[in-house]
Design a protein around this ligand. Structure first.
Ligand SMILES: [Zn+2]
Length: 859
C-alpha cells in the first residue's frame, strides 16, 4: 500500500541535498507522496507504547538509514528502493514527532555523515572533490503539510506567535505568499557588490559544495553574473537561494540525445539537474534553469534586506532572474484562497514547463518572520503544502476498449478490486494506448493506481517488486498491530490479496487494429498521434447517434424533426441501422401495401406514447417524412454535405473551401485517395485548378493542413464510409451542382453579376454584401442573418471583392463614393441596391419561390 514520497521530504529530514543530488534511483515519474505511507508511518509510531521502546526503534531505524546512505554514497549500491527508503524516513520522523523528548537524539549521525561530502562518489564517471564553503546563514529546509488540516494547524501556530505583536484586526490580515514548489535541487548564489562570486549546493545546510562552474556553465541562463536593472540597489554581500531545475522540454531533448548515444537517460528532471552538478566536465549539455525563492545574509537572513517576499521577487526580476517567482505566486490572508491556489496548481501541474510537487506558503512580511522564528531545521513561518495522491497496488486483470461518441478508442483498466480512499476501485483509466506501451504495462501485472480528489482513478505505472512486498508487509503489519488499525489505514482483505506477487503470467498488450464496436479500421489521430480513432464514423454503433445527429443538424442537412432523441429512438428500435437508412424510413413505414389505417411502428412514437393518440403518432411520423423528403427534393449543397459527414477537423469553413475547390463529391474523394496513397501533396507546382486536368492536392486547399488532410484521407480510406456515402446518395439525396466546375446543368440567371453564384436556391451563395446606412423595416443583424441563411456573407468594409452594396438611409458617403468608383472601374462588378425592399425582392427570394423556376427548367 505504498509508493514513493517526495525527495524534498527527505531533504527536510536529512538536512542535505546529497541524497537528492545523487538520487538517480527514483523510479517514479511523479513524486507524489502517498498519504497511505504517511498513515502507515503514523500508525507505526502510535503503536509504540513507551519512550524506551521508541528509543530502541529510533536507533534501529537510524542505523538502517545510515547504512543505506553509506552504501548509496560510498559504494554506489542501492539496497532499498526509494519507496522503502522513504517509508523508513517517514517512520523515523513519525516516532520523533510522537516522542518529543527523543527528537534530534539519533539523527546527528545522519547529519554529520551527509556533511562529510561524498557528493561525487556514487557517480560512475568521476571521483571529483568538491570544495566546501560556509553559507552566510544556514540554508534551512521546509516543513511539509500533507493536507489542509496540517496547514490550518500551521496557520494557528503562526497566528498564536503573533498575538502579542499584532492587534486583532492586523492579525486577521496577515498575508501569506503562495508559490509553486519546483522540483529541483537547491542552490545558493553569493553576490558581492552585485557580482556573482560563488554558487553552493545546500550541503548540510551550514556548508555547501562549490558548484559555481556548473551553474556558470553556458547552459544555465537564468543566473545573472552581475545583478542588472537600472538604478536597482542590492545588499553589499548576500546570497540568493533558489532551485536549480531542468525544464521538461529540455529534459526530453537531452534524453533523446542520450538514448541516441547509447547512454542511460535521466529518470526525471531533478535527476538531470542533480546529475549535471555531479559532473566533472565543465561544459555540460543540459540546460539548467534557476528560480529564486529566498535569501541569506550574515548574522541572519531576514528583515533588513527586504520588507516582503514579493518585494524580493520584484527585485529579482529587475536584477535579471526569471520572473516565474513573481508570475507564479499569489498573496492572500485567506486560507481558503490558498487552498484554491493549491488545487488549481495541482490541476495545472502537468501543463507547466517544469515539475512541481506542491505549493509553499510563506509569511509575506519579513518583519513578522523574525517574530515567529525557526527551529533547528526549518523556519516556523513557512510550510510546503505537498500534493498528495492516494495510491494502491493491485492487479491489472484486463484492458477494455471503449469507443467514444466521436470514435476515440480509450483503454480502460479492469482491476482486481482494491480500496482507495474509502472507495472500491474496479476500473481505472489508462489514458491512451501509447501510454500502455511506454509504461510497459501488461495484463496480469501489479500496477500502481492513483486517485487524487474526485478525479477518475488512473494507472500510473507498473509496481516495482519492492513495492509489492512493502504493500504486503504493510498489510500484515497493520493487521497484526490492531484490528482497528487496518480499517484506519484503509486496508481491506481485498487489497492484501491484490498485492500478491504476479511475477509470471503477464502478457503484452497490443493496441487494437480494428474498432471493437464495428470492426472497421482504426487510425492514429493526426492531431498528436496519441489518439486511436475508429474511422467508420457513419457506421460505427458507438458513434452512430452522435454522427447521425450531426448529419441531420441545422448547419448540415438540416432535417427538422430529427433531433438526437428521435435518432436515438430510431437506432434503439432498429428502425435504422445506419445514417443512410433514414432516407428509406417512409418506404419501409408504409411497406408494399400502403395501409394508412395501420398503427405506426414503434419508432414513430418517440414522444410520450401514453399521452398520444394514433393520429398524433401518424402526424409525427408524417412530419418526419416531410422533413426528410424536403432534403431529398431540394438537394444539398456540397459544402453542407461535406460538413455533414462529420470528418474530424473538417468544420463548416473548411467544408466550404473543399466544396469550392473540388466542386463535386467525386473529385473531393479522389483528392483524398490521392493523398492517402502519396502521403502528402504529390504535385506541388500544379495545384492551381482543375480546368486543364490538373489535380489539386488536399493541402493546397485553404485551411487544410497536414492534420486535416490526414483526417480526410482516413475518412475516405475506410470502405465503410465510402459505402455509406454511396447509400445516402442511392437513397435519393442529391448534391446540388457547384457552378464553375464540370457540372453542366447549372445556369446563371439574369440579375447575376458574379459568376460565383452556384444555383438558384441560394442566390447569395458566396456573395459578399456590404451594408451602409439604416433601415426601418429590419435591423442590421436581421438582415445579416437573412443574407447568411442564403449563403452570403456580410462585411462592414467595402472592398474590391464586395459584390453588393446595400444602401439604407443616411448611407456613409465615403462608402458610396468608393462603391461607385469600383463600379465604374475596369472589371468592377459591384451591384448597388437601394433600400431593403428592393434588396429583398432581388436577392432574398425564398427557396420556395425559386423552386417553381427550377422545376420549370428541369422538366
Ligand atoms: Zn467503430
Amino acid at each position: 500500500m505504498t509508493t514513493t514520497i517526495s525527495k524534498t521530504k527527505m531533504k527536510k529530514i536529512t538536512g542535505g541535498c546529497l541524497r537528492a543530488l545523487s538520487s538517480l534511483s527514483s523510479s517514479s515519474e511523479r513524486n507524489l507522496p502517498s498519504s497511505n505511507s504517511l498513515q502507515v508511518a503514523t500508525a507505526f509510531a502510535n503503536s509504540i507504547e513507551s519512550s524506551s521502546k521508541a528509543e530502541k526503534i529510533l536507533r534501529d531505524l537510524a542505523q538502517k538509514i545510515s547504512e543505506s546512505d553509506r552504501l548509496y554514497y560510498d559504494e554506489a549500491k542501492e539496497t532499498l528502493t526509494d519507496g522503502e527508503y522513504d517509508l523508513l524516513r517517514m517512520k523515523f520522523e513519525a516516532v520523533e514527532r510522537k516522542f518529543e523528548e527523543l527528537r534530534g537524539k539519533f539523527d546527528d549521525g545522519m547529519y554529520s555523515r551527509v556533511g562529510s561530502g561524498r557528493l561525487a562518489s556514487s557517480s560512475s564517471n568521476s571521483s571529483f572533490e568538491y570544495k566546501k564553503y560556509k553559507h552566510l546563514s544556514p540554508m534551512q529546509s521546509l516543513k511539509n503539510a500533507f493536507n489542509a488540516d496540517e496547514v490550518r494547524e500551521f496557520d494557528e501556530r503562526v497566528r498564536k506567535s503573533l498575538v502579542e505583536v499584532l492587534p486583532a484586526a492586523a492579525l486577521q490580515k496577515v498575508e501569506y505568499c503562495a508559490e509553486l514548489k519546483i522540483d529541483g535541487v537547491s542552490a545558493s548564489l553569493r553576490y558581492e557588490n552585485g557580482k556573482l562570486v560563488r554558487a553552493l549546493s545546500r550541503g548540510d545546510g551550514e556548508f555547501g559544495e562549490d558548484i559555481t562552474r556548473h551553474v556558470l556553465s553556458s547552459s544555465c541562463r537564468d543566473v545573472p553574473r552581475e545583478l542588472g536593472g537600472e538604478g536597482s540597489s542590492y545588499p553589499e554581500v548576500f546570497e540568493i537561494r533558489g532551485e536549480v531545475y531542468v525544464e521538461e522540454d529540455a529534459l526530453e531533448k537531452v534524453n533523446e540525445r542520450k538514448s541516441a548515444n547509447g547512454e542511460t537517460p535521466f529518470k526525471n528532471a531533478r535527476n538531470a539537474a542533480a546529475g549535471v552538478m555531479r559532473m566533472k566536465e565543465q561544459n555540460v549539455d543540459v540546460p539548467l534553469s534557476f528560480i529564486p525563492h529566498g535569501w541569506g545574509t550574515e548574522g541572519g537572513d531576514r528583515a533588513e534586506l527586504f520588507e516582503t517576499q514579493i518585494e524580493f521577487y520584484e527585485k529579482c526580476q529587475k536584477w535579471g532572474f526569471s520572473d516565474l517567482c513573481l508570475t507564479r505566486s499569489a498573496i492572500s490572508s485567506d486560507l481558503n484562497e490558498l487552498f484554491a491556489f493549491h488545487a488549481k496548481t495541482y490541476d495545472l501541474r502537468d501543463t507547466l514547463s517544469h515539475k512541481i510537487d506542491g505549493v509553499v506558503y510563506k509569511i509575506n512580511e519579513t518583519r513578522l518572520r523574525d517574530r515567529i522564528g525557526s527551529d533547528s531545521r526549518a523556519p516556523k513561518w513557512a510550510i510546503a503544502h505537498k500534493f498528495v495522491a492516494d495510491v494502491a497496488i493491485t492487479t491489472l486483470k484486463s484492458i477494455e476498449v471503449q469507443v467514444g461518441r466521436t470514435g476515440v478508442l480509450t483503454p480502460v483498466a479492469i482491476l482486481e478490486p482494491c480500496e482507495l480512499n474509502g472507495a472500491t476501485i474496479r476500473r481505472a483509466t489508462l489514458h491512451n494506448f501509447f501510454e500502455i506501451e511506454r509504461k510497459k504495462i501488461q495484463i496480469g501485472q501489479d500496477v500502481v493506481v492513483e486517485r487524487a480528489g474526485d478525479v477518475i482513478p488512473k494507472i500510473i505505472r507498473v509496481a516495482t517488486d519492492a513495492e509489492r512486498i512493502t504493500s504486503e508487509e504493510n498489510a500484515k503489519e497493520a493487521s497484526s498491530s490492531s484490528s482497528s488499525l487496518g480499517a484506519a489505514l484503509g486496508l481491506s482483505s481485498s487489497s492484501s490479496t491484490s498485492s500478491s506477487l504476479n511475477l509470471g503470467g503477464a502478457s503484452a498488450y497490443a493496441a487494437p487494429m480494428l474498432c471493437p464496436c464495428c470492426n472497421s479500421l482504426v487510425s492514429r489521430d493526426a492531431e498528436d498521434g496519441m489518439v486511436i480513432r475508429c474511422n467508420a464514423g457513419l457506421k460505427c454503433p458507438a458513434q452512430r447517434t452522435a454522427r447521425t445527429t450531426h448529419f441531420a443538424s441545422k448547419k448540415a442537412l438540416d432535417i427538422r424533426g430529427l433531433a438526437e432523441k428521435q435518432i436515438e429512438k430510431l437506432f434503439e428500435t432498429n428502425a435504422i441501422e445506419r445514417t443512410s437508412d433514414i432516407f428509406t424510413l417512409e418506404e419501409r413505414f408504409y411497406g408494399p401495401n400502403r395501409n394508412e389505417e395501420e398503427m405506426p411502428p414503434v419508432w414513430a412514437r418517440y414522444e410520450n406514447p401514453a399521452q398520444k393518440k394514433k393520429h398524433e403518432f401518424t402526424k409525427n411520423a408524417l412530419n418526419m417524412f416531410a422533413a426528410i423528403n424536403d432534403v431529398k427534393t431540394n438537394g444539398v449543397q456540397l459544402a453542407k454535405f461535406i460538413y455533414a459527414l462529420g470528418i474530424p477537423f473538417v468544420g463548416e469553413a473548411t467544408a466550404k473551401e473543399l466544396a469550392k475547390t473540388y466542386k463535386s463529391l467525386d473529385k473531393f474523394k479522389e483528392a483524398a485517395e490521392r493523398y492517402h496513397e502519396t502521403g502528402s501533396r504529390a504535385d506541388e507546382e500544379s495545384d492551381v485548378d482543375e480546368k486543364n486536368g490538373i489535380k489539386i492536392s488536399l493541402e493546397a486547399v485553404e485551411g487544410v493542413g497536414d492534420i486535416v488532410a490526414k483526417s480526410i484521407a482516413n475518412f475516405w480510406s475506410e470502405p465503410n464510409n465510402a459505402n455509406e456515402v454511396k447509400r445516402i446518395l442511392d437513397n435519393g439525396v442529391k448534391i446540388l451542382p457547384v457552378f464553375g466546375g464540370d457540372v453542366s446543368s447549372s445556369s446563371s440567371s439574369s440579375s447575376r453579376t458574379n459568376n460565383n453564384i452556384n444555383n438558384n436556391n441560394n442566390k447569395l451563395s458566396n456573395l459578399k454584401v456590404c451594408i451602409t446606412g439604416t433601415f426601418t423595416s429590419k435591423s442590421r443583424s436581421e438582415i445579416q442573418r437573412d443574407i447568411e441563411r442564403l449563403g452570403g456573407s456580410v462585411s462592414n468594409a467595402l472592398a474590391k471583392s464586395t459584390d453588393i452594396l446595400l444602401i439604407g438611409e443616411n448611407p456613409g458617403k465615403s462608402k458610396l463614393e468608393k462603391a461607385r468608383e469600383i463600379a465604374k472601374s475596369k472589371g468592377g462588378r459591384i451591384v448597388l441596391v437601394e433600400g431593403f425592399e428592393q434588396f429583398q425582392k432581388d436577392w432574398l427570394t425564398t427557396m420556395e419561390e425559386d423552386r417553381d423556376d427550377d422545376d420549370d427548367r428541369e422538366e
